[in-house]
Design a protein around this ligand. Structure first.
Ligand SMILES: Nc1ncnc2c1ncn2[C@@H]1O[C@H](COP(=O)(O)OP(=O)(O)O)[C@@H](O)[C@H]1O
Ligand SMILES: [Mg+2]
Length: 322
């Protein structure tokens, strides 16, 4: 199945881990009931990385779970894509026949928690007979998932490193521009990489904005302002305070025993700060500003958030100029 229609920028760590988990290196897949969850910020390259790993492989079924899909519609879609109505034991048959069937649930933003739980159950059930991958973006959903199910294996697709991002934009720019124009674009993008983001989708959109005539200083200051505003709107302040001092990330265990209240619409609720599951609902109330990283750390959502936190710290907390 052909899944990718543009040049792929290799991501060694992620590519290797995904290939290993999917048994793509050896071609033999053991159906031990585990399934893989690919998580990371929106635009970090999850769908692309999975598409690359599976590109050209037979027996791949991609199920796009778009936002607003009802549980019933989801079930119908799965039956439809896999032909389960006419062949209810299709997956079992594939396994018996020695085929490595791979099913990808690519979950876009905004699914209901109910739907996510159904997807998870479906994955768990199917994983006995097939390779199953769930791609998840929403920061609060990924938090909700953290470590609660032993059969789930996680692959983290985060932003590119600064060096990768530089190579990524250089390759893009060289395709369309030459000489001074290319150099100017690259140097503007370098500032963006240092201060705002190494997220491929955001890098793409920044190149577009520069080509449309926007100025790099304005783009950067807008992004930092937005990040600052979103950070100030997050209600679980102790996490923010800790991140201001350690913008590279703070261990969730640093918050053991700490409880914090937050407003969920009209209601006042409380959260144990060391529990990502508790932090998740509070995250739902604002824009994604932090992530729960597999090492057990809360990390800023992007370089812009990390820089905004640093600036807030330097300015002396609430003296925010924004
Ligand atoms: N490894 C990559 N190589 C080339 N382009 C990439 C790569 N990763 C991401 N991109 C670009 O970034 C965009 C967003 O990536 P995508 O995989 O859709 O992100 P996600 O699924 O994490 O939201 C893609 O459309 C593509 O243009
Ligand atoms: Mg995607």
């Amino acid at each position: 199945m052909k899944l990718l229609d543009f040049d792929y920028f290799p991501r060694e760590d992620v590519d290797r881990k995904l290939n290993f988990l999917l048994g793509l290196n050896t071609g033999t897949i053991s159906f031990n009931g585990d399934y893989t969850i690919v998580v990371g910020p929106k635009g970090s390259g999850k769908s692309t990385t999975v598409a690359h790993a599976l590109d050209g492989k037979p027996w791949v079924k991609l199920i796009q779970v778009h936002s607003g899909l009802e549980v019933k519609e989801f079930r119908e879609m799965v039956d439809d894509v896999l032909g389960l109505k006419s062949h209810p034991r299709f997956l079992e048959g594939c396994r018996r026949g020695g085929h490595a069937m791979t099913i990808v649930f690519d979950v876009e933003t905004g699914p209901s928690s109910e739907l996510v739980q159904v997807i998870r159950k479906t994955a768990k059930y199917m994983a006995i007979n097939a390779n199953v991958i769930i791609i998840l973006s929403e920061a609060y959903l990924a938090m909700d998932f953290a470590g609660s199910e032993p059969r789930e294996r996680f692959v983290w697709v985060s932003e590119l490193t600064a060096a990768q991002a530089t190579a990524y934009v250089a390759a893009k720019i060289d395709k369309t521009d030459k000489g001074e124009t290319a150099d100017t674009l690259k140097s503007a993008m370098n500032a963006y990489i240092q201060q705002v983001s190494r997220n491929p989708k955001m890098l793409d959109s920044c190149i577009d904005r520069l080509k449309e005539g926007e100025k790099i200083d304005e783009i950067i200051s807008k992004e930092i302002k937005t990040a600052t505003r979103d950070i100030n709107a997050f209600q679980l302040k102790p996490i923010i305070e800790a991140l201001k001092v350690h913008p590279e990330g703070v261990s969730r265990l640093d918050f053991a025993g700490q409880v914090c209240t937050y407003k969920d619409g009209e209601k006042v609720k409380w959260a144990k700060l060391s529990f990502p599951k508790d932090v998740a609902p509070a995250m739902k109330e604002c824009k994604a500003i932090i992530y729960h990283y597999p090492t057990g750390e809360y990390r800023p959502y992007s370089t812009a958030h990390a820089n905004a936190l640093k600036m807030l710290h330097q300015q002396g907390d609430c003296l925010s100029i924004f």
